[in-house]
Design a protein around this ligand. Structure first.
Ligand code: PA5
Length: 487
């Protein structure tokens, strides 16, 4: 059986004090090994192959990092950005009830993941801080019913809007911005817009920067060289999170620790091992799908954030040398225990094309005891005296074991509990793992050329100048296929 990844005790960041030192994350990959799942499991020889590949990938990563090509790795140590975000929060929080983020993809998912995970615990910086914080609303879709309802539910005079777009060209975010700008102008007057708007975009390029410069709007920068899905620890994630009371310092402390731990040897390095194991199971064992399955509702949006990170970074048509790739591993989401009663049957007995990553927590921030009632019914009496958290964790462990006994590979990432520090650690670990995976698959994890064509068709259909050929091309394609539309 392969050696279990070891983790050392880490300093518990501020805000998660429990009087002791705790690991911020553990990775258990026993259920990927030959000993646990049989024929398809990882052998010692394969582990050694993976180790060599990871050692080489790590060297390439470090070479790129020292040349300044991976600036997302520096964000956890940046002290200026969190300071600016806290200042922003101090300036505005008393005057507003809600912060609305207008952004999509990497410009929205990070803040959404962290906020969703922390809001159930009042998400304030510390327990001593009893002040009310604004709520965060993230408009990451342009569905007119959803966006319309969001608009109806806010009072513009008590709302702060953070428009986030690195390119400044994203049709969804820009159309939302146009709606909001017009609404602010009509309800509060042109001069008051400045008190309700922060624009986060490229420091120099794009139409949003032009608008900032022309109107002297408050702005922050998306750091050059950091793609949307790697920006959660830049002003993109930190500004809205700070404004709603998340301890951005705790978040960054966890991320910094993950960055430091990234220098550990391969078998003790969670980011490397997460990348290497999934790569090996994809390429050697045909597990083209990775199911990310949190067993904590608080982590559901973290899984959404991961899905974008993994899929947009690794699904690529071309290798770095230009040869055809078409590789990668499709990440999908399931939530325990809900999807035990929905998707699990397929994972247990369907095609053997999946690997599962459970995301668990040791301790829940709130508990519900199951009372010792119905003692005379042995079908129920075993539940009494336990708690719902215990049941949830036993279900996770039981499911992992059942999958393993069925020869289905799975691993588990466990956080001691959900908190800003543990989330920071998890997110940075997964970002590092994603870039390492790009090296293993020999693709560029930092671009997303595959989403461009659809955007161009949209521009054509919306009548953007210079894209009339795309609307022509669209209509041509439609006429070829129209006989398949059942009316
Ligand atoms: O990860 C990415 O790069 C993308 O998901 C972008 O964040 C997304 O397309 C939004 O782009 P922008 O920030 O330019 O509006």
């Amino acid at each position: 059986m392969a050696e279990k990844s070891s983790t050392k005790s880490l300093t518990t960041p501020e805000g998660e004090k429990n009087g002791a030192q705790a690991d911020l994350l553990t990775l258990d990959y026993n259920n990927l090994t030959h000993g646990a799942i049989g024929d398809e499991g990882l052998t010692e020889a394969e582990l050694n192959t993976m180790k060599k590949a990871l050692t080489s990938a790590y060297k390439q990563f470090e070479a790129a990092r020292t040349k300044g090509l991976l600036p997302f790795t520096e964000l956890p140590s940046n002290t200026l950005i969190p300071k600016m975000c806290r200042k922003l929060a101090d300036n505005y929080r008393q005057k507003i009830e809600a912060v609305v983020v207008l952004g999509i993809g990497g410009s929205a998912l990070g803040a959404n993941a962290v906020y969703s995970a922390l809001r159930s615990t009042n998400h304030s910086a510390s327990k001593a801080d009893k002040r009310q914080w604004p709520r965060l609303l993230i408009a990451d879709n342009i569905d007119p019913e959803g966006f319309g309802a969001l608009l109806d539910g806010i009072d513009p005079s008590k709302t702060f809007f953070n428009v986030i777009s690195k390119s400044g060209a994203t049709a969804e975010t820009m159309s939302q911005f146009m709606v909001i700008h017009d609404k602010l102008q009509r309800t509060l007057g042109r001069t008051s817009i400045k008190d309700h708007l922060l624009i986060t975009t490229d420091p120099q390029n794009g139409v949003l920067r032009k608008i900032v410069n022309a109107n002297d709007y408050l702005s922050m920068e998306v750091p050059p060289g950091v793609g949307g899905r790697f920006t959660v620890f830049s002003s993109v994630g930190l500004a809205p999170l700070a404004m709603v009371g998340v301890s951005v310092y705790d978040l960054l402390a966890g991320a910094k620790k993950a960055q430091e731990d990234f220098s550990k040897p391969v078998l003790a390095n969670k980011a490397l091992m997460f990348a290497g194991l999934n790569w090996l199971f994809t390429t050697l064992k045909n597990k083209g799908t990775l199911v990310m399955m949190p067993y904590a509702e608080a982590l559901s949006k973290v899984a959404d954030w991961f899905l974008q990170l993994w899929n947009e970074s690794l699904g690529k048509a071309l290798h770095l040398d230009g040869s055809p790739a078409g590789t990668g591993q499709t990440a999908v989401k399931a939530v325990g225990v809900t999807d035990q009663h929905s998707q699990l049957q397929m994972y247990m007995e369907g095609p053997r094309d999946k690997s599962i990553c459970f995301l668990g927590v040791e301790k829940f921030r709130g508990e519900v005891a199951i009372p010792k009632v119905f003692k005379d019914y042995e079908e129920l009496s075993y539940l009494g005296g336990h708690s719902l958290g215990e049941l949830l964790n036993f279900e996770r462990q039981g499911t992992a074991r059942a999958l393993a006994e069925n020869g289905r590979p799975n691993m588990t990432l466990t956080m001691p509990k959900v908190g800003a520090g543990t989330l920071g650690y998890l997110l940075q670990t997964l970002m590092l793992a994603t870039v390492i995976s790009g090296t293993l698959y020999e693709v560029n994890p930092l671009d997303q050329p595959g989403v461009e064509l659809g955007k161009k068709f949209t521009y054509g259909l919306m009548g953007r100048s210079g894209f009339s050929d795309m609307s022509e091309r669209y209509r041509k394609g439609l006429s070829n296929k129209s006989r398949y539309i059942i009316l």
